[in-house]
Design a protein around this ligand. Structure first.
Ligand code: ITT
Length: 199
């Protein structure tokens, strides 16, 4: 069966292909870019789960095929959970990872190491054309560095150092990141639900 990945974020797509294959899902995975006529859904939800479901349902409805979506972000304790669901457009323009990271570091410039706790969160949603859905979440906790380090991954990876690690997420190999990441946890939990509903 064909399974739509309801995202245009290439960093997510690369990770999802590896995570879903490792979880034993062998569907033909097609990114949202394969359906250019389907307009992007407005992410009007107030939680990661709501937004992931909105994205999955929009693609499933428009294509008539099952769709999975990822809504994710970085939640910083000292900022009351921000940027959270606004992580992709924290500095204004949607998806400007460099500007988002730079603004966040500026906002945290005076925050000492003891108060730089944060976590990545990911909601993984599955929607079928008939409206059936499932959603699960995963987290990766850590602390935020003062300066970026590493060239792997995407987004805020160069500043998040997972608990128990001496490297940032951007310094981990892709397999190391997927083994502990919010996205890895969420989609490994979603995989059996996909299998149950799609076979
Ligand atoms: P789609 O809606 O098309 O999936 P998007 O990039 O707009 O793509 P989100 O609204 O879920 O997706 O925003 C996620 C943002 O959170 C992303 O832009 C990153 O800045 C950040 N983020 C999510 N997962 C991350 C990860 O594993 N490492 C670093 N940053 C991450």
């Amino acid at each position: 069966t064909r399974l739509i990945l309801a995202t245009r974020n290439t960093g997510k797509i690369t990770e999802l292909r590896a995570i879903l294959a490792d979880a034993g899902l062998h569907h033909e995975l097609v990114g949202a870019d394969a359906y250019p006529d389907v307009p992007d859904v407005k992410e009007t939800g107030v939680t990661f789960a709501e937004n992931a479901l909105l994205k999955a349902h929009a693609l499933a409805r428009a294509t008539g095929l099952p769709a999975v979506a990822d809504d994710s972000g970085l939640c910083v304790d000292v900022l009351g959970g921000a940027p959270g669901i606004f992580s992709a457009r924290w500095a204004g323009a949607h998806g400007d990872d460099t500007a988002n990271l730079r603004l966040l570091l500026a906002q945290l410039a005076d925050v000492d190491d003891a108060h730089r706790a944060a976590h990545f969160a990911c909601a993984a949603a599955l929607a079928l054309p008939d409206g059936t859905d499932r959603v699960v979440e995963g987290r990766l906790t850590g602390t935020l560095r003062h300066t970026p380090s590493g060239a792997g991954g995407f987004g805020y990876d160069p500043i998040l150092q997972p608990d128990g690690e001496s490297r940032t997420c951007a310094e981990l190999t892709p397999a190391e990141k997927n083994a502990i990441s919010h996205r890895g946890k969420a989609f490994r939990a979603l995989a059996p639900l996909v299998r149950e509903l799609l076979g």
